[in-house]
Design a protein around this ligand. Structure first.
Ligand code: MN
Length: 200
């Protein structure tokens, strides 16, 4: 009887430990708010941002790093400007689900499910006012497929969502990943890998 009680308790504590390890979102706040530093918020998201860069887009974040009042609240915001043919390249947020609304223009958006779920691609073409969600941790992108610049806003379920841009992290790491490793991983000639590493 005692043994049964002990193993039951072991299972319960194992489950509790497992559950505590798999909580991936921001923890629930312990107070109404927690303003760490008395700094005024930045200038807001009124104006279009320059998109004259390699990918033709610009992401402006409002998160705990520039709006300290978000501290402990588990939420943040971005404005994304896209030039004609511009894109927000494949990336992932390690700590947040993202919900996006198009404010102007036409975007082709999508995300890919994880390996265990068959790496399935989900896409949609969005117009002004349309909404799409990118689940936490999954690789996603948006591309401007309209004839004019586009603007979107997105909310993220973390005060500090983080961003991992695939091309930059894989081919632009510091120091670089050994080209032979990437050549095998991506089934490419090492010279192509070195060319990509020079770009990023
Ligand atoms: Mn995103």
């Amino acid at each position: 009887m005692a043994m049964k009680t002990i193993s039951f308790l072991s299972i319960i504590s194992f489950l509790a430990l497992t559950l505590s390890l798999v909580i991936a979102s921001d923890p629930s706040p312990l107070q109404d708010f927690c303003i760490g530093v008395n700094t005024p918020a930045n200038g807001g998201l009124h104006n279009a941002r320059a998109v004259n860069n390699a990918v033709g887009s610009n992401v402006t974040g409002v998160n705990v790093n520039n709006l300290p009042g978000l501290n402990t609240l588990g939420i943040s915001l971005v404005r994304i400007d896209y030039g004609v043919n511009g894109q927000n390249p494949p990336h992932t947020h390690p700590r947040a689900t993202e919900i996006l609304v198009v404010q102007q223009g036409t975007l082709f958006v999508g995300f890919v499910s994880s390996n265990g779920d068959g790496n399935r691609l989900f896409t949609k073409t969005l117009n002004k006012g349309d909404v799409f969600v990118f689940p936490e941790g999954l690789i996603h992108f948006q591309a401007n497929v309209g004839r004019s610049p586009a603007v979107a806003f997105a909310a993220l379920s973390s005060q500090n969502p983080g961003v991992v841009t695939i091309a930059n992290t894989v081919f632009g790491s510091n120091p670089p990943i050994n080209p032979n490793v990437l050549a095998r991983a991506f089934q490419l000639d090492p010279k192509v890998v070195i060319d990509l590493q020079n770009k990023f």
